[in-house]
Design a protein around this ligand. Structure first.
Ligand code: NI
Length: 184
């Protein structure tokens, strides 16, 4: 997810972020296996650098063109940094109660819309050392977890909007990208 905070970017080289309509964003990512250890050890710091520099609060591997079930998140980068790596995350439980929040996405820069999702989720995942964890929460944490896990399944936040709202947003995105390219 994108962030409206303009925090200072920590050190580290950023990777190019894939933008809609890049087809890689619509593919299903595969599970991370022990054979991927060397690659993800390099990818994780690069993904954090990319996410903080954007600035964003979550980034999924498909957004940098790697179809792996790997997410990095830090929902409060301006307060105490709490970087979190989620490998092979899976939603175990979600509330029937829903919540609506404004969402944005680094793959749809500067486009925001209200998205309604389950208000609370419980997620299992592995960390970068292979240890298993569970995390549960509501609010921004729940929205971010669902948004990032969606990326691993080729789903974008605009998929939750009406066709009319989605088309307006996608047309505006295409125009913004054209305008930016024209200014270069
Ligand atoms: Ni996103």
């Amino acid at each position: 997810m994108s962030s409206t905070n303009k925090s200072a970017a920590p050190n580290g080289a950023s990777l190019p972020i894939r933008l809609v309509p890049d087809p890689v964003l619509r593919k299903t990512a595969r599970a991370v296996t022990p054979d991927d250890a060397a690659e993800i050890a390099t990818l994780i710091p690069a993904m954090f650098a990319t996410m903080y520099a954007a600035p964003g609060i979550g980034l999924a591997a498909p957004q940098i063109g790697r179809l792996l079930r790997l997410v990095v998140m830090d929902i409060a980068p301006d307060q105490t940094p709490a970087p979190k790596v989620l490998i092979n995350p899976e939603i175990l439980e979600s509330s029937t109660e829903t919540a609506t929040r404004e969402e944005g996405c680094l793959s749809l820069p500067e486009q925001y819309a209200d998205v309604t999702r389950p208000a609370w989720v419980r997620v299992k995942y592995q960390d970068e050392h292979g240890a298993r964890h569970e995390i549960a929460g509501d609010g921004l944490l729940a929205a971010c977890l669902q948004h990032e896990i969606d990326h691993l399944n080729g789903v974008l936040f605009v998929d939750y909007l009406s066709a009319l709202k989605r088309n307006i947003l996608l047309r505006k995105l295409a125009k913004d990208i054209r305008d930016r390219a024209g200014k270069k």
